[in-house]
Design a protein around this ligand. Sequence first.
Ligand code: SF4
Ligand code: SF4
Length: 364
Amino acid sequence: MSYLLVSPATRYDEETLAPMVSAMLDRRGIDWSRKTVLVKPNLLGPFSPDSGVVTHPLLVKVIREELRRRGCRVLVGDNPGVRGYGMVGRMARVTGVDRAAGGDFVNLGLRPRGVEIPSRYVDRVSVCSEVLEVDHWISVPKFKTHVSTVITGAVKNSYGLLVGGEKARLHSLAPRPDRFGELLVDVYALRPPDLVIMDAVTGMEGNGPSGGSPRQVGLLLSSDSGGAMDLAVCFLMGVDPHKVPSQRYAAERGLAPSRLQEVEVESDLAPIPGFRLPSTPARLDPGGILQRTVFRRLSRPRLGVDRRKCTACGSCVRGCPQEAITIKDYPRFDTARCIGCYCCYELCPQGAVRVGRLVDFLRR
Ligand code: SF4
Ligand code: SF4
């Protein structure tokens, strides 16, 4: 049976977090001494530590120091979804993770390795070599909603092990949210993390993973299973896990429990009052083939740009798997090519991409 450790943590300070992290490492029952360990936060892009978008650098620092105290060789790494690797240095600087990692930060986009993947969408994928080489790896996701996948959790954090533009390629192969959810689990299953420590001190509600609102959750969570962690995230957010495609499929594959009663929860856990979910229809579940077909047509993204916020930086263009965006003064969207993956929304550092949908109007 998987376990879930729940620790109240209302702010980011070392005195609070260090003993919690130490207990989480001990609880996992791994002999960490002198091992090589990869620590992978969720960095997404160049967002500030207090934005609620990225794993807080102080938590990364505490985990690294606790591992080094145990004689580990530590690597801290991620690589963003935008094509091209030039952004990693800026991302690490702006998020504060380069300082938190001391000299241990690695760009996970520089040493790709092709591996076979059991999946009905793709035979081989390109992942970072580091995750295949280390003794253990620790996933450190952020507690957030997601306009397409409903939650951003531990399973989705593993998608960051894909190298650079590989993320965009896989988006194109399984564009529908339910299929993409399967693919997320296929990637996660390549090498599930040995430990998950989730930053839920400050999370994000509404239209995450980058355009929602920071929300004080006040928790640090830990589990030996990414699937059990994401089940707990659903519970806290008030989401039916059966309506989260990745969670449903992970349970089918035996990578996640289907009910919280199947998890050894080592503290009290209660849904967060009034937690706001994405306004996009990803979490809705229309019945019947006809309703689904109509629903999908209605729910195609009506993407727009807030021109006052847009700096024409081009991140959305580089991150679009369909090459559906061109910039003429500001981004223009080719709706015929768009697959509704929301990468442009997710990656915009200014929060300038809007995701209005006709279905939202109809729902209101
Ligand atoms: S919409 Fe955002 S990502 Fe796209 S060009 Fe403007 S600021 Fe950059
Ligand atoms: S325009 Fe945006 S939502 Fe559409 S395919 Fe490109 S990145 Fe995805």
